[in-house]
Design a protein around this ligand. Structure first.
Ligand code: C2E
Ligand code: CA
Ligand code: CA
Length: 570
């Protein structure tokens, strides 16, 4: 948040300016006295000063002159607010070093415009002024390595500095902490506001780190993507981790840039020399492994390298490699979990669930590999394959005279693909399946970020004739009123409410009201995870439309469901 100092002798004007600035998300401090203004400029170090020219105790010219000659305040942008519009006074203001002036009366947009352009200039200047930090390690020429150096140069330069640190400041029993930081959302800002914005943010983050670390003997470098920090040797690892945690906290504060308040959190991985390794290259590698794990953590705490992380990383890499293989080598299969229609007593619908049959790993359930598939984007290919495979198989059943419907799960990532509807339309056309026989299951998570975009996509899908089902209802936001906005046909109540519903009065009440409301909105209701007959009867009595769960059938292979269909229709 930018801090603005306002010096204005008219108290009414001062109060209204301070109020306006606060409304515009600035931190504003004000005074009616010129002398107090000078003191506040020195102690509060504002990002910008707005100063009236006519102040009884010390006029604007004198204030400006002193601000510019005091080293601690000389760089602060200064905008004069003046009633005088004669050229001589304006010229004098500029000669004394004002950055801009506004003649009264000025509009709110003129004021904010002038302020923003000075603040922007200040951010740029600050960034240009940060290439050196001055630690109290005189023998080390500490530098921030910018990306205009090649990565190789930066690496060698850094290693030299590391060696110097080792030579001059390291004592036995100590560890040198190495932290690697990465910033979140830079790509997003780059796409929305341009490369300049993400560059400024990145450099702004470095500036914050530099000013936080101050003269602590830290070396900061960057390869344009990650920020590296080498702290002075410590005897206690937690002490270093705490310092990095503080840095993550200051990076979590929003940045004011290009008229926006942009938030970019960071994550950090740490390793220690020589505790974790004695090779510089390997120690960086280990900090990187820790960083990778930090990215998957919900809380912004630095992750410290341990050998366990390495094992996990290896496992993950093997799993990822095997999973890519699975997609090309046809190791994925579809299981179908039949559902029972409670009004007809027929089991003519099923949910398609992916399984992975691997020679080494056996039959792997989605819980084990879907998170990785989502993280790597492989889920898109996987979901596409599922839709295709399920439509192909369903068409065969349709041709054999079964009026079945099959549902397929769509991941959030898949739902956001621009060509999703085209792809579904193509598959329906290629396989010849009647669209009414296909249901697509989505969870609430796909709706919350961009409800309007989601409504548009859902409507497009609906226009193809497929049915839409809201999965895991009750576990997310579950606002029944917002359910109304989305064109769903089916609501699936999550199994956590269904488990022992016949004996749990709270769950029973929730389930009954969900069923009633869904029916009022014209939705069919499916209860998931029905494991016993008592629960099935309860749901039947409360007019639930379909049930799915181990009581009726576990997920089974296509052949097995086909057997059931024949028995059903016999
Ligand atoms: P889901 O969509 O909620 O699927 C239902 C899960 O509940 C399935 O687990 C199913 O085996 C399990 N289940 C069914 N009846 C019962 C029951 O009576 N009791 C209990 N305790 N569990 C029951 P599964 O097959 O392991 O799938 C887990 C999740 O993986 C699914 O949850 C779904 O979110 C996801 N998933 C599965 N297949 C696909 C797919 O092809 N694409 C995508 N994007 N996600 C999928
Ligand atoms: Ca589902
Ligand atoms: Ca579900």
């Amino acid at each position: 948040m930018n801090k603005i100092l306002v010096i204005e002798d008219n108290r009414i004007l001062l109060n209204s300016l301070v109020k306006l600035l606060k409304c515009e998300s600035f931190e504003a401090i004000g005074t009616t006295k010129g002398q107090t203004g000078l003191e506040l400029a020195r102690t509060e170090k504002p990002d910008l000063i707005l100063c009236d020219l006519m102040i009884p105790d010390l006029d604007g010219y004198a204030i400006l002159e002193r601000i510019r000659t005091d080293e601690t305040t000389a760089e602060i942008p200064f905008i004069c607010l003046t009633g005088a519009s004669d050229r001589a006074s304006l010229r004098r203001i500029m000669e004394l070093g004002a950055d801009d002036y506004l003649t009264k009366p000025y509009s709110k947009s003129e004021l904010l415009g002038a302020m923003q352009s000075q603040l922007k200039k200040r951010t740029r200047n600050r960034i240009l002024n940060i290439p050196y930090i001055h630690p109290n390690l005189p023998s080390i020429d500490v530098k921030i390595f910018h990306d205009n150096l090649t990565k190789i140069d930066a690496k060698i330069g850094l290693q030299d500095r590391f060696n110097l640190l080792l030579l001059n400041h390291f004592k036995p029993g100590q560890n040198i902490p190495i932290a690697l930081l990465s910033l979140e959302r830079l790509e997003e800002y780059k796409n929305s506001f341009g490369a300049e914005c993400s560059r400024l943010l990145f450099e702004g983050a470095i500036a914050r780190i530099v000013s936080h670390l101050g003269d602590t003997g830290s070396i900061i470098w960057s390869n344009g993507e990650q920020i590296g920090i080498l702290l002075s040797p410590v005897s206690n690892r937690q002490e270093a981790a705490e310092k990095i945690r503080e840095i993550l906290a200051i990076l979590a504060e929003p940045f004011s840039l290009l008229n926006y308040h942009l938030g970019t959190g960071g994550c950090a991985g740490m390793a220690f020399y020589p505790g974790d390794d004695r090779s510089w290259e390997r120690i960086l590698g280990k900090a990187n492994i820790a960083l990778h794990h930090a990215r998957q953590q919900p809380s912004p705490r630095p992750v410290i390298y341990t050998d366990d992380l390495l094992v996990n990383t290896k496992d993950r890499l093997m799993l990822e490699s095997d999973l890519r293989h699975a997609l090309t080598e046809n190791e994925l299969i579809v299981y179908y979990q039949p559902q029972l229609d409670l009004s007809t007593g027929m089991g003519m619908s099923a949910e398609a669930l992916v399984r992975w049959k691997n020679a080494k790993r056996g039959l792997v359930s989605p819980g084990k590999f879907l998170p990785l598939a989502e993280e790597t984007g492989l889920i898109i290919e996987l979901d596409n394959w599922m839709i295709e495979e399920v439509c192909r198989q369903a068409k065969i059943w349709q041709d054999r005279g079964f009026n079945i419907s099959v549902s397929v799960n769509l991941s959030a990532l898949q739902f956001c693909q621009r060509n999703l509807c085209d792809r579904v339309a193509e598959i329906l056309e290629e396989t010849g399946l009647n669209p009414e026989n296909l249901e697509l299951e989505l969870t609430e998570s796909v709706l919350v970020d961009d409800p309007e975009g989601a409504i548009a996509t859902l409507q497009e899908l609906k226009a193809l004739g497929v049915r839409l089902s809201l999965d895991d209802f009750g576990t997310g936001y579950s606002s029944l009123s917002y359910l109304q906005q989305f064109p769903f046909d089916i609501l699936k109540i999550d199994r956590c409410f269904i488990h022992n519903v016949s004996e749990n009065p709270k769950n029973a009440a929730i389930v009954c009201s969900i069923i009633q409301l869904a029916h009022t909105l014209g939705l069919k209701v499916i209860a998931e995870g029905v494991e016993n007959e008592a629960d099935k009867l309860f749901l039947q009595n409360h007019r639930c439309d379909r049930i799915q769960g181990y009581w009726f059938s576990r997920p089974i292979e296509a052949d097995a469901w086909e057997q059931m269909l024949y028995q059903n229709c016999a």
